[in-house]
Write a protein that binds this ligand. Sequence first.
Ligand code: GLP
Length: 231
Amino acid sequence: MCRKAARILSAQVVLKPGSVLGLATGSTPLGVYKWLAEWCAAGDVDFSEAVSINLDEYVGLAPDNPQSYRYYMDDNFFRHVNIKPENTHLPNGLASGKAEECARYDAVIRAHNGIDMQLLGIGHNGHIGFNEPGAVFEMDTHCAPLTESTISANSRFFSDESDVPRFAYTMGIRTIMRARYIVLIVSGAGKAQILKDAFTGPVTPQVPASVLQLHGDVILAGDEEALSLLV
Ligand code: GLP
């Protein structure tokens, strides 16, 4: 699954070296970043002109906090490839004004003429980025409260559940839907039901990923367990 997604992503960069890549965090994309680092080291893919714009970041975490998404991206991807640090973008978890930070981030996306390829994972409750169930579709970058189920799922990365931030900056559904194409990666039996709901159920804000049914160019890369209820 990760190799497939990595191949699509590297083909994007080979065909358009200055691609704007929408990138994601979580456990699922780790393998994607490993493959890309390997191929970059071998000289098969070159990120020197590429731009990355990440989906989301926790509010209140500093870039050097190991639980921040900036740290994750530096640690798992950016420092292993030749992307220019100034071409890597995430919301600033320590920004003083939330509305200003969201506006700044949307301006970064606009200044790069939008996202060419958006890599996405899916939360157990159907969230994409940090657009939780009930999030309205017509939203750009905003500061979102996390649901109890997301706080609990993501607490595995923190020493205590009480340390998990309660808010995050996230691209909105509208921002995500403007990407030219989307690669959704999903693994494990625990995601099978939500994946089925997202792709065969009604399009509803209660299952944020269901909006992907309305996008013209979505590639779903999943492992057998995650896809088991779809086939
Ligand atoms: C997090 C992120 C999402 C990610 C999801 C699934 O909350 N904000 O962007 O897709 O969780 O993560 P995992 O791949 O670890 O299951």
